[in-house]
Unconditional design. Structure first.
Length: 618
């Protein structure tokens, strides 16, 4: 029986195609266009002789043979995908019934293994709320802002809060900041604005820079540089969707290449946020489809880093949990379960099969110990439980050169690995000691703290980190040095602050002195135009505790000996954060807290001057 309704077009209308919505293909006007009262037009259909299905193309994951150039591979992939685009552009609706159950199945996949879910993965624990802050934090109605403040502000202060909230002026400053944050949320639009995409050629430039200057054997990218460089073109093909793993690796490699490039880059802050937002938008789907492959392991490692850069602690924690799970499945936890006949510190002849096996083991050792350090970071700074438990692994320290070939270009990477691992082990011992209940006897308690302090100071002394910083010749080496330096300073501040004999209204002078030094070195680095783009995330991670220690000492110590000097540093950090957050509106609550503390410090100075003037008149 013939239908009596309007004719159906063979393809969707142009407007529905551009908006990527389902079209009922009714002529002369589909339902979507009729509802919007706009013109409805259809592309003419190309004749074809044979019905074809979609083609799923796979990226070159393994290294190409020497006779194939990267350009040739790229042209071949693009030509194949162009043919695919021409076909899909006209025939997609003809096979809708076949692919309707999986509309996103058109993908370029970096792996073929099945998705494996692990119900035993640890859930994200609730943040620890410091005593005295729960009530004033409850004034923030926006759940996202509360979570961000807990993770990036108050979890840090949990380590040094012994007298912080006992100071009335300090507590008033925090309370005032909370009121201002809530007023801002009630009156302003807090949604981050849309970022412009990064130009294709600029993205390729950052990929090249990463591979030429930043790439290290310890973290081998599982996708070829030629494939990553082709992704900007692939993303423009409307009927091709890259898998989530490849996209996350692409965006994070572009970001790492950009932030490690000291050259002048217009709109760098906007690009950082664009890349971060792209990874966040991909992360949910990636977490649902993550596989136990080297590519997904690398994606997890890079997502940890970029989420920390974006101050998204929960996402970073989830990526870390996945990295631990995947690495365990790939054998990273049992690299040295069976002792090797070869001495791992003396690699065999380069090029031999034994050498390649040992290099691969070294790479796994290096990446595993990086996970251990990250696990300690989450425990210390963000109050997360440890995922890598004692007795669950058998992994020796690697040869820090990975390949056995020592090269000047990787010297600072090796120093950073050894020094940061020593610090991670100290942090691990300290956290285990704290979790065990410390020592109720003040004398033995402080003696144990002194042992930890000596161990951290030995790192600074053995490697002369301040001297190394003066010897650095490029931006990447500077980053490795300051990471060890500032991490050690922060740990020393926490240790001095945790000594029982120093708890009270006055901070330990050692903690204040180290805070002053840390902030001044950081200020000198970021005042340089070359490093000014490091941004607020590093202030939150490396300088938040020193900043608050200086503020508390100014506010609570009437005998403060470096008032003017410290006020300059406090004011500089406040101004710098305000400048950076112009491109990071979601972090504005943090800026308000920092500025509130800086204002309280200035008010303390004015009050003391006023008291001094009154005393003089009397």
């Amino acid at each position: 029986m013939l239908g009596t309704g309007p004719a159906l077009a063979s393809i969707s209308c142009i407007r529905c195609q551009s908006k990527k919505v389902r079209c009922d293909r009714v002529t002369p006007q589909c339902d979507k266009c009729e509802a919007a009262s706009v013109e409805c037009t259809y592309k003419p259909r190309k004749p074809r002789t044979k019905k074809q299905r979609y083609i799923v193309a796979s990226p070159p994951i393994t290294r190409p043979s020497p006779e194939l150039s990267e350009k040739g591979i790229l042209l071949e992939v693009l030509e194949r995908l162009k043919r695919l685009e021409d076909h899909c552009g006209f025939d997609k609706d003809a096979v809708n019934q076949e692919v309707d159950a999986d509309a996103d199945s058109m993908s370029i996949s970096s792996n073929e293994s099945e998705t494996i879910s692990d119900p035993a993965l640890p859930e994200t624990p609730a943040p620890v709320v410091p005593d005295g802050i729960r009530d004033i934090l409850s004034r923030i109605k926006d759940e996202g802002s509360r979570s961000m403040l807990l993770s990036n502000v108050f979890c840090h202060l949990q380590q040094v809060q012994s007298c912080f909230f006992q100071n009335e002026r300090c507590f008033r400053a925090i309370t005032s900041a909370m009121s201002e944050i809530q007023f801002m949320q009630d009156t302003e639009q807090m949604e981050p604005f849309e970022r412009e995409p990064i130009p294709k050629e600029l993205a390729r430039e950052f990929i090249d820079y990463f591979y030429n200057f930043y790439h290290f054997e310890g973290f081998r990218v599982p996708l070829e540089q030629s494939f990553l460089s082709s992704i900007p073109d692939l993303l423009e093909i409307p009927h091709v969707q890259l898998d989530y793993t490849s996209q996350i690796i692409y965006y994070t490699i572009v970001l790492q290449g950009m932030v490690s490039n000291p050259g002048e880059i217009g709109g760098r802050g906007h690009y950082v946020q664009y890349l971060y937002q792209k990874c966040v938008s991909l992360s949910e789907k990636w977490l649902q489809n993550v596989k136990e492959t080297p590519a997904d392991f690398f994606a997890a490692l890079t997502l940890i880093s970029i989420a920390l850069e974006g101050c998204n602690i929960d996402l970073s924690w989830k990526a870390h949990a996945q990295a631990c799970r995947i690495s365990k499945a790939l054998g990273y936890f049992c690299v040295d379960e069976t002792p090797s006949e070869e001495n791992r510190l003396h690699l065999t002849e380069p090029g031999s099969a034994s050498h390649q096996v040992e290099v691969e083991k070294n790479r796994k050792r290096f990446e595993f110990w990086h996970l251990v350090r990250t696990d300690c970071l989450f425990r210390m700074c963000f109050g997360k439980p440890g995922i890598i438990t004692a007795g669950s692994w058998k992994v020796n320290f690697p040869d820090p050169t990975i390949t056995g070939v020592d090269h000047e270009s990787s010297r600072f990477i090796q120093i950073h690995f050894i020094a940061s691992m020593r610090l991670a082990l100290i942090v691990m011992k300290y956290l285990d000691w704290v979790d065990g209940g410390k020592d109720p006897d003040p004398i033995s308690h402080d003696a144990r703290i002194d042992d930890f302090i000596d161990e951290v100071q030995s790192i600074l002394f053995d490697w002369d980190t301040e001297g190394l910083l003066r010897m650095t010749k490029n931006h990447i080496d500077i980053w490795f040095c300051v990471d060890v330096l500032f991490s050690s300073y922060k740990m020393l501040i926490i240790l001095y602050q945790s000594k029982i004999c120093t708890q009270g209204p006055i901070l330990p002078v050692q903690a204040v002195d180290i805070s002053r030094k840390s902030v001044k070195i950081f200020q000198s680095l970021l005042e340089s135009k070359e490093h000014a783009f490091w941004g607020v995330s590093l202030i939150l991670f490396h300088q938040f505790i020193p900043f608050f220690i200086l503020c508390l000492d100014i506010i609570g110590n009437p005998d403060h000996l470096h008032l003017e000097e410290d006020l300059v540093s406090i004011g500089w950090i406040s101004d710098f954060v305000e400048l950076v957050i112009k491109e990071r509106v979601e972090l504005k609550p943090v800026m308000i807290i920092i500025k509130s503390m800086a204002t309280a410090c200035q008010q303390t100075k004015m009050d003391r001057l006023s008291c001094s003037t009154d005393a003089t008149h009397i």
